[in-house]
Design a binder for this molecule. Structure first.
Ligand SMILES: [Zn+2]
Length: 298
């Protein structure tokens, strides 16, 4: 199945202005209407002109639909936020803060902050991986872009797990690629047992895989072998090349401090690439799911 398309035309039709964006959040957060905490019953809430608020028809109590969301207290128009999310969801390689600055006419700092907030929505937990799991480590960043390999100077080590059958990836920025660092990541995400096969290359760290009770398939990259039947790490390597192309081409450089959030962004898009729901809607769902419910004081 191909990714469900959500075009710029559809976006413009669905979200023509700030009011409609606010209405969208209001309806999504109060699908059954508002139970007014003051009136102690479900009442009608009307939009307050000029404010990002709705007020109770009886008591005038205000609610702010953006409270607890990434949009709250931002002076940037809601539609600009939505548009930034649309842009981020509609590309495979990502878009840079510089591009957003140009598209929205906001400052670079604002664009950068918006992306940082939107990326925070893309930190998804994955379910336990069963079956054939590829594990591989790589190095990202540093000044010498293009040169890869173990122990690369100035680069940040990253470990990736790819669930081959479901095409899901999980990445972790790590301090090193020793067994004591990588094994707990495998252990915490793959249920122990010989039904589950960990596929790796011949890197010595992975000799512990068998000791942990998994089946272990090894592909001998050192001997120039890239697949031996089912033994390969091509899925996870495909993901690495997508990330590296994106980071080198779009972002140019990513500091180690923020690398995980970029990996989450790529992982989110990758994991939902075949989703029947458009990526933009999935991001909106995450935004709503992560919104902190407004504390109701009685
Ligand atoms: Zn009321």
């Amino acid at each position: 199945m191909k990714t469900a398309k959500y075009t710029i035309k559809e976006f413009n039709e669905q979200f023509p202005d700030d009011n409609i964006c606010l209405e969208f959040i209001f309806k999504a957060r109060y699908p059954q209407g508002v139970f007014c905490p003051v009136c102690q019953k479900v009442t009608k809430y009307y939009r307050r002109t000029g404010r990002k608020a709705y007020a109770c028809e009886f008591c005038g109590n205000h609610i702010f639909p953006t409270a607890g969301t990434i949009f709250h207290k931002s002076p940037t128009p809601l539609r600009s936020w939505f548009y930034a999310m649309f842009l981020m969801s509609s590309t495979r390689c990502g878009i840079s803060a510089k591009q957003l600055e140009r598209e929205l006419g906001v400052t670079y700092k604002t664009a950068w902050r918006m992306f940082k907030q939107i990326r925070s929505l893309m930190n998804e937990s994955t379910k336990p991986m069963k079956g054939h799991i590829e594990v591989d480590e790589t190095y990202i960043g540093g000044r010498h872009s293009g040169s890869t390999g173990r122990g690369a100077e100035g680069k940040t080590p990253v470990v990736g797990l790819a669930h081959r059958d479901e095409g899901q990836v999980l990445t972790s920025v790590v301090k090193d690629v020793k067994a004591r660092t990588i094994m707990p990541i495998i252990w915490n995400n793959v249920p122990r047992g010989t039904d589950n096969t960990i596929h790796t290359d011949e890197f010595p760290t992975y000799t512990y895989v068998k000791k942990l009770g998994y089946s272990h398939g090894i592909v001998q990259h050192g001997k120039g072998v890239y697949a031996e039947g089912i033994n390969h790490v091509n899925t996870v390597e495909g993901f690495w090349s997508l990330v590296k192309r994106g980071i080198n081409g779009v972002y140019h450089a990513v500091s180690p401090k923020y690398l995980q959030t970029y990996l989450n962004e790529y992982g989110f898009r990758y994991n939902h690439r075949k989703s029947a729901t458009p990526m933009f809607s999935l991001m909106m769902e995450r935004m709503l799911a992560l919104a902190v419910p407004k504390v109701v004081r009685l």
